[in-house]
Write a protein that binds this ligand. Sequence first.
Ligand code: IPM
Ligand code: MG
Length: 370
Amino acid sequence: MAYKVLILKGDGIGPEVVGEAVQVLKVVARRSAIDLEFEEALVGGHAIDALGTPLPDDVLKQARDSDAILLGAVGGPKWDDPGAEKRPEQALLGLRKGLELFANLRPVRTFKELVPSSPLKPDVVSGVDLVVVRELTGGIYFGQPSERRTGKSGREAVDTLVYNEAEIRRLLKAAFELALDRRRKLTSVDKANILASSRLWRELAIEMSRDFPDVRLEHQLVDAMTMHLMRRPRDFDVIVTENLFGDILTDEASVLAGSMGMLPSASLGDELNGAGCRLGLYEPIHGSAPDIAGRDEANPLAAILSAAMLLEYSLGLRAERELVEQAVAAVVHEGYRTRDIQQPGTKLVGCKAMGRLVRERIESVEPEDE
Ligand code: IPM
Ligand code: MG
């Protein structure tokens, strides 16, 4: 039976990096005799231009009928007006919410060869290996009311931060389970000294920890956490947090890896789709980088590592995920660098060449070598 993978290249460097990631998936599929069927659709700014909406209904439906979705990035200066009624980012929020992809996994691993690319001290960033599990379909991103209005003293605006226990529990469960599979430490990040939603969050985390006696649970306040992440990032294994805190902390955490161009993500739901696997949306976290779009300069490794996560989480192919990750590590180890991670003495390559190098490393591993 064929797996259906929906390709949403999006805007900016999206098409370039996703192009390389799709080629990688094709090589893996051929090598492991897996039947992958690719479909493509428009989202983001290009969809606004061509179809008048960032996420056409039939694209959402197509996404729902797929086994996995690989997305590049959306947005760019052309569609940047934050007051515009249609914005590219709405495609992301619509896909996340529309497909109930509530768990956003953002792994941050510092390759030892890229330690010099981080502005932080080598002894701080060496050996970092953590995953942020960010809630993705609730909190202040989606709470109602969210609006501008006229109050007693003129213009005012309101956003609403609301979570119910089912939403928090399903995310915490995903995080505890991930921690069990890793170094068994879970850091729950909240603002329980101020926010009622954070106090509920903390209470539920403590309750759930009884079901996971092998996972060490700790709590951190989000403001302190921003500091701990820069001072002692190696102390963290799995970090679980609500939507907005996770948005902010993952941009901060990307500094640990040397470049945003290295960081993949997976957004997962728990619903089973046709193939009996988990529907997921996979995307690099770097965004559309319009300043370098179309110049073959972008780093495709985050998109390729996102495709690797797709292999594990939506298709159940963990060995194939590892194969791709090892190929990426090999290419980095051999000194190939795109501009964002370039250092003196390394070999500068473009987006296409980087993708080709990764594919060659995959093809050079004999199936029985694994
Ligand atoms: C992210 C991005 C998005 C978010 C934007 C583009 C809507 O910053 O995926 O982290 O805020 O979630
Ligand atoms: Mg963000």
